[in-house]
Every structure is written in structure tokens, then in C-alpha cells.
Design a protein around this ligand. Structure first.
Ligand code: URP
Ligand code: ZN
Ligand code: ZN
Length: 461
């Protein structure tokens, strides 16, 4: 099927313009004015996008689907997770293929291909999370690059995945040889353990203890340390899920001294605060994620950093568990599986509460959700822009359409919605994936159209 998306306001990282888009054979063929008045239009289906915003499909570079963690498995696998993603306008997820200790990187990548293959409703790619650094892992970085898994992830916390500072230094140095970088989860693990021991000694075992054991300084210290290590390794790094003023300040100090540091944040750190952990009836557990949400002053700081282009990407850290799974920690908050769903709501939340409230521009939204992740993660201009030759991945937002976020309406395989009751003004209307209309009027009409995207070396912006 050939489509012309007519008369929409096309958003790029630089500008907005009104034009028509011809989609054919999975690709964007033309972006021109008045295509519907030319012979090309004769056998094309016309989609009227007048008054709507036409974005390059969103990229969520931070999801955890079908991840075994904390003695359970995430509620969303690749089937439910990518259905939720695509109705939310995300046409590519970059999930964390995770090496378990004792496994090789090749085994981890093969495991993740098996989890995802044939089940995805949006395109998918993998970062490789290295949990066991050894000579074989070092050698297999070349294989990962060859396979199109061209960016990496390291954890400074979580016993199953943590690397020590020396190992992190070695990995970052090795990645430099391949012109690539890692995203790093920054929290000071021993300090968290000490704080947890104090809370347990006092019998403070509820979810409200979670943020108190992982305060902003635990995150900021780890970021500082990571940036010292990255400087020694002479390689850029990405600080994933940045939550706080203290965290951003560490990044800004390093940048001021000439270091290249990328920052990612997520909607929960912009729109939710630490009061959620004190919700009654163990509902605070639904919000337990690491690092935790902070104070409203931190949210303000992050929004300002977005405005000043000091944060490069907004992803979700989608890592979902049902309320039943969260009950694993009913008597001990440290046993609550960490993470929240988010892949479905990011685009609409960022449009409504970012663009709609004048905190970011349409162009910034495009850069944060599409263009910059495509560039940093080595798939631009195949993804991340609306131009001839790019994949036919397009997300159309209707700024006049409204809704309220409700758990019972969502595609995510979870029985609660972290943003329950949030009003949306500017809904995802239609989504094209590889030139096919897969979401119409906000509903998934064609499932299972996703494919693996083999990525190239990143653009080290
Ligand atoms: O609590 C979270 N964020 N869980 C997902 C794993 C991670 O830390 O990214
Ligand atoms: Zn993390
Ligand atoms: Zn994560």
C-alpha cells in the first residue's frame, strides 16, 4: 500500500513545516508540498493530517522486556511491551539484552533474539548489558558490533549485574576502540546497603524507606565517580535515568571541564515525586524504581535542563511488574521488584506536559524522543527523521484530542498505571511502521510488524 500523509505539520529537530509525505515500499519516498495534486497520488491512500503534528517515529532507548530479575520476570514481554510501545507512538525500542553472570555476550544476545523474534509490534534493537567482565566478554565486543548491538550498559549497583570501578574503566576503554560508549546506572551500592541495614534495624520495612536508602547523593556520588573513570578511559558515557539536581550538577561540572557526557531522563522523574512511595495499602510499592523519584525542585531542575538542551534523550526505563509481583516485598521493601511501566505513555505525556505547557518546543521533543537517540544509538537517518530514504516510521499526534490515563485502558500488561488520572491533551492518532499503517485513531490495527534493527556505530555528538 502506498500512502500520502497530507498537509500535516512535520516536526524535525530543527523546524516545523507543512508538507505531504509519500510512503512506499516501507520507506519515505518524498516530502514535498501538494503531492496529492500529482499523478503519484492516483493509487495512494490519502491520510489527512491537517492540524496534526507529524513526528519521526519515537525511539525508546531504555526498556526491559522479558527480564528475569529479583526472583521474577517482568510483566511485559516483547509481545505486550511492543504493542504498548506502538500505540504510544514508539516505533523502535532498544531493549537491554542482559548477560547473566557465567554467560557470554553471544549467549545473552542469542537469548534476547529468541525472546523478541516474531513477537514484536514495533521495531526492536538491543544494547548489551555486561554483568560479567572477563577476557571472553572483551573479545566478544567485536562480535556484538558486528551483530549490530553497538551500544552497551553497565550497572554500578544490583548484585546480579554490578561491575566494580576497575572493571568499568576497562570496559569504557575497550569500547573506545570501537568508537562506541556505554550507558551506566549510577548509584553507590555499598552506601545503599548501609542505609538499608539502618532502616531494617529500626523495623522500617515499608516502600517509603526505599527512597530514603537511595537519596540523590547516592546517585550523584556514583555519577561523579563514573565521570572520573570515564575521563581516565577517555571515552564519553551516557548517564541513564538521571533523576535529580545533584545528578545534573555532576554532569554539568564534568562538561564544563571539557568532558563529553550524555544524559537521559524519564517521564517519572519529570512528573512524579517521592510522595508516591507513601501511598497507603502498599500502593507505594508500585512506584518503587531505582533511582527513585525525587522532590518537585528536582523536577523543575530537570525541566530547565531539558529546555537548555543539557539532557539528550527521554526514555522510559520500562520495567513492569504487576501489583501481585510487587507484593514480594510486602514485609520487606528491599524485596519489591524495582521498576515501573512507561513505554505506552511517554510521547503523550511529553507532548502534554512538555510542549503543551511551554517547557520544551516541538523541535526539542523531536530531538529528545526521535532524532538524538537515533544519532547516538547508530541508526540515523534510517530512524529519527522524516526524509526521503528513511524508514516509513511516523507518529501523528492530534493536539486537540484528549483523554485520561487509566490502567484499565492500557496495553501494558500491568494492572496499574503510574500516571493514573493524568489528563492528556494531544493524543497519538496514527502510527506508521515501515510504511504500514499500524495504529489508527489510537488503536492497534496491525500487530507483529516489528523487525530487528541492526545498528551502526554511534554518532558521538
Ligand atoms: O528500577 C528500575 N529502574 N528497574 C529497571 C532496571 C534499571 O535500573 O534500569
Ligand atoms: Zn537502571
Ligand atoms: Zn533500566
Amino acid at each position: 500500500m502506498k500512502y500520502i500523509i497530507k498537509n500535516g505539520t512535520i516536526v524535525s529537530g530543527k523546524e516545523t513545516k507543512t508538507a505531504d509525505i509519500l510512503l512506499e515500499d516501507g520507506m519515505i519516498e518524498k516530502v514535498e508540498e501538494n503531492l496529492t495534486n500529482t499523478p503519484i497520488a492516483i493509487d495512494a491512500k490519502i491520510i489527512d493530517a491537517s492540524g496534526k503534528y507529524v513526528f519521526p517515529g519515537f525511539i525508546d532507548a531504555h526498556t526491559h522486556f522479558d527480564l528475569e530479575v529479583s526472583g521474577t520476570v517482568t510483566a511485559d514481554d516483547f509481545e505486550t511491551g511492543t504493542k504498548a510501545a506502538i500505540v504510544g507512538g514508539t516505533t523502535l525500542v532498544i531493549d537491554f539484552a542482559t548477560q547473566n553472570k557465567g554467560e557470554t555476550l553471544k549467549e545473552a544476545s542469542s537469548n534476547w533474539h529468541k525472546k523478541a523474534e516474531g513477537r514484536c509490534s514495533c521495531d526492536y534493537a538491543f544494547h548489551m548489558a555486561i554483568s560479567d567482565w572477563n577476557q571472553e566478554a572483551r573479545r566478544q565486543i567485536a562480535d556484538m558490533m558486528e551483530e549490530g548491538i553497538t551500544t552497551f550498559k553497565l550497572y554500578m549497583t544490583y548484585p546480579a549485574m554490578i561491575l566494580n570501578d576497575g572493571e568499568i574503566y576497562e570496559v569504557l576503554k575497550e569500547l573506545k576502540k570501537y568508537g562506541t560508549f556505554a550507558g551506566v546506572h549510577c548509584e553507590n551500592a555499598p552506601l545503599i546497603d548501609a542505609f538499608i541495614a539502618e532502616k531494617k534495624a529500626k523495623g522500617h520495612l515499608g516502600p517509603d524507606s526505599h527512597p530514603l536508602c537511595r537519596p540523590p547523593q547516592v546517585e550523584a556520588e556514583a555519577i561523579h565517580r563514573l565521570l572520573v573513570i570515564a575521563k581516565e578511559a577517555d571515552n564519553p558515557v551516557m548517564v541513564v535515568h538521571t533523576t535529580s539536581k545533584a545528578a545534573m550538577e555532576e554532569i554539568e561540572i564534568a562538561r564544563a571541564k571539557g568532558q563529553k557526557v550524555y544524559a537521559e531522563t524519564c517521564p517519572q522523574y519529570l512528573l512524579l515525586d517521592d510522595s508516591y512511595f507513601s501511598l497507603p495499602d502498599f500502593k507505594g510499592a508500585n512506584y518503587v524504581c531505582s533511582p527513585p523519584m525525587r522532590k518537585s525542585a528536582d523536577q523543575d531542575y530537570l525541566w530547565e535542563a531539558l529546555k537548555l538542551d543539557e539532557i539528550q534523550t527521554i526514555s522510559t526505563d520500562h520495567c513492569s511488574f504487576t501489583t501481585e509481583q510487587k507484593k514480594m516485598g510486602i514485609h520487606d521493601f528491599t524485596k519489591i521488584p524495582n521498576g515501573m511501566p512507561g513505554v505506552e505513555t511517554r510521547g503523550e505525556l511529553m507532548y502534554t506536559y512538555g510542549v503543551g505547557q511551554g517547557k520544551i518546543t516541538l523541535e526539542q521533543m523531536c530531538r529528545l524522543l526521535s532524532e538524538t537517540p537515533a544519532r547516538l544509538y547508530g541508526c540515523y537517518p534510517q530512524k529519527g527523521c522524516i526524509a526521503p530514504g528513511s524508514d516509513g516510521d511516523i507518529t501523528i499526534i492530534d493536539p486537540h484530542k484528549t483523554k485520561t490515563i487509566r490502567a484499565e485502558k492500557q496495553m501494558q500488561n500491568v494492572d496499574y498505571a503510574p500516571f493514573e488520572g493524568f489528563e492528556i491533551k494531544g493524543c497519538v492518532d496514527s502510527v506508521f511502521l515501515g510504511g504500514k499503517l499500524v495504529v489508527e485513531d489510537g488503536k492497534l490495527v496491525k500487530a507483529n510488524q516489528g523487525r530487528f534493527i541492526s545498528r551502526r556505530q554511534p554518532e558521538l555528538l
